[in-house]
Design a protein around this ligand. Structure first.
Ligand code: FAD
Ligand code: SIN
Length: 515
């Protein structure tokens, strides 16, 4: 078996940036299950948050992050995130990412729950594409080894910790093993759990599922962010309408033309994302419609087309001119706040196994992520992962005794009743109906029973679709377990049967695999 110093799984911003740093310290292999640029990163629109403006500071950025996070963020992790942000932006610029400027200064935009303009963007609303393309070019130039169409199927662990990976060559369906000293999971999110999502097809929770199977701690899985403004047009493919559109003055209106957000929050259209998403659902329900309207027709059309060129062109390709017609939008699954539990050095409870990016749960997002903090998180903690490996020892996280709730989940559960065989469509519908924006005990119990049964039936992973379906069933089940346990509402987790936020629930839920 060949052995690398670092194996990095995933080629979004977290995987590529970490690989570029790691190659200074040893041999690196990047594994990715599709093509190099298939990832959530590529679709990021709004931008990346950092306190670089004159009227801004890391402390103010920290305050906003903690407020949005529903009293559940880890303050130390947030301090690290916000203090190290300007340096990581400087790294991106050095690597060649050209952020948009105005009069020679970086042009900062506003997004929900940020108290000042703080969002750097590139190509207007093409921030993710610019970052992904630039880092991809740097990776190829630096001759780092990478394998495309290579899907991680198993983490190899022994008493000494993580020692390598098993992966499936997707085309030939053959399996291989490779060893490593440090294994870094940068496998991204899990939006494909839900019927409506902004995420591309690679977002199937693979890293979380496999880390869980390998014995890693998984945290905050009940918190999944729904973005309030995904395009809602019959037959249009999933497409996000950035929060930055509201930052520029876009206004949400109901079917009567009423600007409803001021009825729900003093921050109106720029309230935290969970507040806007729930308000949107309520307005849709009141009017029995499947969308509300996002209106930017009052803005000068040239400002719209230059600030949001991708959104403008995409909507036009669907027959909608957003400079003259309000945009029909509805909530869709967007971002996984929970994930593989790490400390602020990206270490997990398994020696030598690290996680960063959306797959990881560093504690910075709490119950509700502040917009544009996720691209930033990948850089800040990706860098710290590599720093941690520089002394040559295999890292492992030790946590002080805390009041987190620890839950051990067995692989199989007693089955009740008959379940239809698992398919992606069935799983996505079940999750949307029962583990979506509004939850209750009955729906969560139904989801849990069905997902546990499916998990038992999906042990085989002979090809990419079957491996992904298994990973979705496991990730969905962990989400339903945590959501059932949390008998309160907080941030993105809303229980119809427990609508209050309770002091006694100001704690994290940590799941591990049980017997
Ligand atoms: P990803 O970019 O998703 O990369 C994951 C990689 O892992 C992929 O290459 C995938 O193929 C690979 N992978 C997964 N499983 C396996 C496996 N089993 N084997 C091998 N490879 C595997 N955040 C912001 O901060 N600002 C924004 O403006 C913003 N806009 C967004 C807009 C959209 C439409 C979406 C979907 C997300 C947005 N986000 C935004 C969130 C942000 O883009 C993501 O959180 C971030 O890009 C995650 O980066 P990552 O590297 O962790 O994961
Ligand atoms: C957006 O542009 O609205 C997405 C920003 C984010 O998810 O952080």
């Amino acid at each position: 078996m060949s052995v690398y110093d670092y194996i990095i799984v995933g080629s979004g911003i977290a995987g590529l940036y970490t690989a570029l740093l790691a190659r200074e310290h040893g041999s690196v292999l990047v594994l990715t299950k599709g093509s190099l640029d298939e990832c959530n990163t590529r679709y990021a629109q709004g931008g990346i948050a950092a306190a670089i403006g004159e009227d801004d500071s890391p402390d103010l950025h920290m305050d906003d992050t903690l407020k949005a996070g529903g009293d559940l963020c880890d303050p130390e992790a947030v301090r690290v995130l916000t203090e190290e942000a300007p340096d990581r932006i400087a790294d991106l610029i050095k690597l060649g990412v050209a952020f948009d400027t105005l009069n020679g200064e970086i042009n900062l935009a506003r997004e929900g729950a940020h108290s000042v303009p703080r969002i750097l963007h590139a190509g207007g609303d093409a921030t993710g594409e610019r970052i992904e393309t630039t880092l991809g070019v740097r990776l190829r130039e630096s001759r780092i080894s990478f394998l495309e169409n290579s899907l991680l199927t198993n983490i190899l662990v022994d008493e000494g910790g993580a020692r390598g990976v098993e992966y499936l060559e997707v085309g030939s369906r053959t399996r291989h093993q490779i060893g490593c000293t440090y294994l870094i999971l940068a496998t991204g999110g899990a939006g494909q759990l839900f019927r409506y999502t902004t995420n591309p097809s690679v977002a199937t929770g693979d890293g979380v599922a496999m880390a869980y199977l390998a014995g890693a701690e998984i945290m905050d899985m009940e918190f999944f962010q729904f973005h309030p403004t995904a395009l809602k047009l019959p037959d249009a493919p999933p497409f996000l309408i950035s929060e930055a559109v509201r930052g520029e003055g876009g206004i949400l209106k109901n079917s009567l033309g009423h600007a409803f957000m001021k009825d729900y929050s003093p921050q109106a259209d720029l309230a935290p994302r969970d507040v806007v998403a729930r308000a949107t659902v309520r307005e849709m329900r009141k009017a029995s419609t499947d969308h509300v309207l996002l209106d930017i027709t009052h803005l000068p059309s040239q400002r719209v087309t230059t600030r949001f060129p991708q959104i403008y062109r995409f909507c036009l390709s669907q027959g909608l001119d957003i400079t003259t017609t309000p945009i029909p939008v509805a909530p869709a699954a967007h971002y996984m706040m929970g994930g593989i539990r790490t400390n602020s050095w990206g270490e997990t409870n398994i020696k030598g196994l690290f996680a960063c990016g959306e797959a990881a749960c560093t504690g910075v997002h709490g119950a509700n992520r502040l917009a544009s903090n996720s691209l930033l998180e990948t850089l800040v903690f990706g860098k710290r992962v590599v720093e941690r490996t520089m002394d040559g020892s295999k890292g492992v996280a030790h946590y002080p005794k805390d009041d987190s709730l620890y839950l051990r989940v067995p692989d199989r559960a007693a089955l009740t009743g008959q379940n239809p065989p698992p398919t992606l469509e069935r799983l996505q519908s079940l999750m949307w109906e029962s583990v979506g924006m509004e939850r209750n005990e009955q729906g969560l119990m139904l989801a849990l029973g069905t997902l546990a049964a499916w998990q038992g039936q999906l042990s085989d992973h002979r090809d990419r679709p079957s491996a992904e379906l298994r990973n979705l069933a496991i990730t969905g089940r962990l989400m339903a377990e945590a959501a059932l346990l949390r008998r309160e509402s907080r941030g993105a987790h809303f229980r119809l049967d427990y609508p209050e936020t309770l002091m006694e629930w100001r704690r994290n839920i940590v799941i591990t695999r049980g017997e």
